[in-house]
Design a binder for this molecule. Structure first.
Ligand SMILES: [Zn+2]
Ligand SMILES: [Zn+2]
Length: 337
């Protein structure tokens, strides 16, 4: 038996329960979980924001651990391999998107910790083709959020066509945004951060931003236009569509707005300036297995790891409650001894 945290239904608090340790079937691996990040997605699951959720379910999609058993037919990864697992649990394997290696776009994708059991447990049953080996020397606790926030930030920049020397504005420098700033700087871009108040300025500059725009004091579109003619890429990492819309006017001609974060409001586009300046808007979910492999390799190569607070499984319910109340600080990661 193993002690796991279980989401039992929409609106119900998370509960700690004893579950059987699962056994890997064909194509599956059993992972001895080292760490699992606590993500806002987990809170949204408990709040009932995912109509496709399967209750009861073990949440958690920012998993690192070691393969401890493999099912029939699995030759990779081998027992003993340190791996990471992400939001994408499985896909159909034969649609056009899957065959192109874009499993994240599969219409029949399965999501970790919402539809299939995730990492709020000492063992997780995962699909061999959807876990990614950790680069040698990676700290598995600090790396857990790379499976979600890191992948989303890295792939968002990539989908936005970031180039060395480009001007990249990151809206909201929280979990995803903070990593996006570091990745963009390491990719050779010049970076601006758009935040609400000056409070985040020192941290943004320490991460590699050369410009900080506080929307309480100035119009982000004007401030970005004054930054050498505008941003080539605006990455919205804030949970607000309005914040993305406010920065859209700060794009340089041929520039791209990448939506990683969003709110409930629709995005309204100013059509004439969009056309006259050939502006692009792209929305980007997390990423496919090849994107995670690249994210982890880039993070290891440039020493990019988030600051995390390790917590025990028993502390997870209180962390989620604090996140819901807006009093949580930083990124908590459940660790299993
Ligand atoms: Zn996440
Ligand atoms: Zn598919």
């Amino acid at each position: 038996m193993m002690r796991a945290a279980v989401a039992t239904g929409a609106g119900a608090p998370i509960s700690l329960q004893d579950l059987e340790v699962p056994e890997p079937g064909p194509g599956e691996v059993l992972v001895d979980v080292t760490a699992c990040g606590i993500c806002f997605t987990d809170l949204n699951l408990l709040r009932g924001h995912y109509p496709f959720a399967r209750f009861p379910v073990v949440p958690g999609h920012e998993i690192t651990g070691v393969v401890t058993a493999v099912g029939e037919g699995v030759t990779f990864p081998e027992v003993g391999t340190a791996v990471g697992a992400q939001f994408l649990y499985d896909s159909c394997g034969h649609c056009d998107q899957c065959v192109r290696g874009e499993q994240i776009l599969c219409p029949r994708k399965v999501v970790t910790g919402i539809v299939a059991d995730g990492g709020y447990a000492p063992y997780a049953l995962l699909k061999a083709g959807f876990v990614t080996p950790l680069p040698d020397g990676t700290d598995p606790v600090a790396a857990a959020p790379l499976m979600c926030a890191g992948l989303t930030a890295f792939n968002g920049l990539r989908q936005g066509g970031v180039r060395a020397g480009a001007r990249v504005a990151v809206v909201g420098a929280g979990g995803v945004g903070g990593l996006a700033v570091r990745y963009a700087a390491a990719m050779g871009a010049r970076v601006a951060v758009v935040g609400r108040s000056r409070r985040g300025e020192d941290q943004a500059k320490a991460l590699g931003a050369e410009l900080f725009v506080a929307t309480q004091e100035s119009d982000p579109a004007q401030a970005l236009k004054a930054w050498g003619g505008g941003a080539d890429l605006v990455l919205n990492a804030s949970p607000s569509t309005e914040a993305a819309a406010a920065a859209l006017g700060g794009l340089a001609p041929d520039g791209t707005l990448v939506l990683c974060g969003y709110g409930q409001d629709p995005l309204v586009l100013p059509t004439q300036p969009m056309i006259l300046n050939r502006l692009h808007v792209v929305a980007s979910p997390s990423g496919s297995p090849h994107d995670l492999r690249d994210t982890l390799a880039f993070s290891a190569g440039h020493d990019i790891l988030p600051d995390v607070t390790p917590v025990s499984l028993d502390e997870a319910p209180a962390v989620l409650e604090a996140m819901g109340a807006g009093t949580a600080r930083g990124r908590s990661v459940i660790t299993f001894a």
